[in-house]
Design a binder for this molecule. Structure first.
Ligand SMILES: Cc1ncc(COP(=O)(O)O)c(C=O)c1O
Length: 424
């Protein structure tokens, strides 16, 4: 299967006709549990001596097809699908860190990740140190002896910064820690982070992967390249595991150990399983990923170019524009397109931003990205409204900033809607 091209893998990887019924589409296996063949079979499953289904909190056949497809699309060894992108991030952190450990993350992340890392993770005794996504050396400066990982977004939400993955991966490698890349806004259609030195890839499948704004999900993909036993920094992977009779997960499962640790410890014990129905919806969405992403990117470039010339617009931040500071990294990392999420500044500040989101007709005013539909939000009056003016500016969410997620409608209609909404 791995010899097939990206579009073929998007449709077929992991799936085959259902052996029981011949169903061609992957069935929704809506069951909590699975009958064991025998007492010996049950024991082997619980001892991790054989792979198979036990209970849908830990795995499910619909979910398994989705996991195999995502591992194939990213070029990883194995994957784990979970209830949301945030659940995926929590499970990764749980596998990597002990109480008192820390990690370094780019400051330019989706705001929900900033909150999760700064506040909720702190309650587990995991500390985040921030670095600047536009300055790889800042990641090195933030390292401490307790640092267990570096976390970046390939294309940062919402600023559209394209991170120099290879430079940051080099710093992680020298420090003997994994690089985790949130590839949500790029999807493997635009960027495959393992090819640039990432060790683990994570997605909110809620966005472009599912693609239709109807299902929440997350996925962790194991690159299979990291040596978890080279140091004693990662005891969950390298040391005897108390809940599996002293089994060492890395020694036993080799290049799939990280994905397996996330499933048999993180998902088993923390519990954020994806529903079979959501796995089915996202799997169906992925079948058209290459077609949708090409259209999203074409439309986004047309809209960004048009906005740039508009009298009511101050600035446009889109890596696909030739004079954008991220343009060269876009050509290096994602020459097929610069994604479909970007920000621009409307003349007239806060009031003009509010007026715009109230006037659009085709765009939906809501807090999401990566839908077939075009989406718009004014961060200063919604997602970032608790912040002070200084914090708003630092977060790239000043009063004039509007974020767009460009859909797959006709570009002319998207532009016409913005045009009528930008008029006085
Ligand atoms: C880049 C990025 N990562 C992670 C998340 C969190 O994903 P979820 O909403 O599926 O938990 C989001 C959500 O917007 C996101 O945009």
């Amino acid at each position: 299967m791995s010899d097939y091209g990206f579009s073929t893998l998007s449709v077929h990887a992991g799936a085959s006709p259902d052996p029981a019924t011949g169903a061609r589409a992957t069935p929704i296996y809506q069951t909590t549990s699975y009958v064991f063949d025998s007492a010996d079979h049950a024991a082997a499953l619980f001892n991790l001596q054989t792979f198979g289904n036990i209970y849908t909190r830990i795995g499910n056949p619909t979910q398994a097809v989705l996991e195999e497809r995502m591992a194939a699309l990213e070029g990883g060894t194995a994957a784990l699908a979970v209830a949301s992108g945030h659940a995926a991030q929590m499970i990764i952190a749980h596998a990597l860190m002990e109480t008192g450990d820390d990690f370094v993350a780019a400051r330019q992340l989706y705001g929900g990740s900033v909150n999760q890392f700064a506040h909720s993770f702190k309650k587990f005794g995991w500390t985040v140190h921030w670095a600047d996504a536009t300055d790889p050396e800042s990641f090195r400066k933030a390292l401490t002896p307790k640092t267990k990982a570096i976390f970046i977004e390939s294309i940062a939400n919402p600023g559209g910064i394209i991170t120099d993955i290879r430079a940051v991966a080099g710093i992680a490698r020298e420090a003997g820690i994994p690089l985790i890349v949130d590839n949500t806004l790029a999807t493997p259609y635009l960027i495959r982070p393992f090819e640039h030195g990432a060790d683990v890839v994570v997605h909110s499948m809620t966005k472009f992967l599912g693609g239709h704004g109807n299902s929440i999900g997350g996925v962790i993909i194991d690159g299979g390249s990291f040596n978890w036993s080279a140091s004693r920094k990662f005891p969950t992977l390298s040391e005897p595991c108390a809940s599996y009779h002293g089994m060492r997960l890395h020694e036993t499962f080799g290049n799939m150990a990280f994905a397996i640790a996330c499933r048999v410890l993180g998902l088993r014990d923390l519990g954020p399983a994806i529903s079979p129905f959501n796995a089915f919806m996202i799997l169906t969405g992925i079948e058209t990923l290459p077609l949708r992403m090409a259209r999203h990117c074409d439309n986004a470039l047309k809209v960004a170019k048009w906005l740039k010339e508009h009298a009511a617009v101050d600035w446009v931040s889109y890596a696909g524009l030739a004079d954008d500071p991220n343009y060269n990294r876009h050509r290096t990392y994602c020459p097929k397109g610069a994604g479909a999420v970007f920000t621009f500044g409307v003349k007239g500040g806060y009031d003009a931003g509010i007026a715009l989101v109230d006037r659009v007709k085709l765009f939906s005013h809501l807090a999401n990205v990566g839908d077939t539909r075009s989406l718009i939000i004014h961060p200063a009056s919604t997602t970032h409204r608790q912040l002070s003016p200084e914090q708003l500016k630092a977060a790239g969410a000043g009063p004039e900033v509007v974020r767009l997620s460009i859909g797959i409608e006709d570009a002319d209609d998207i532009i016409a809607d913005l045009d009528q909404a930008l008029r006085d």
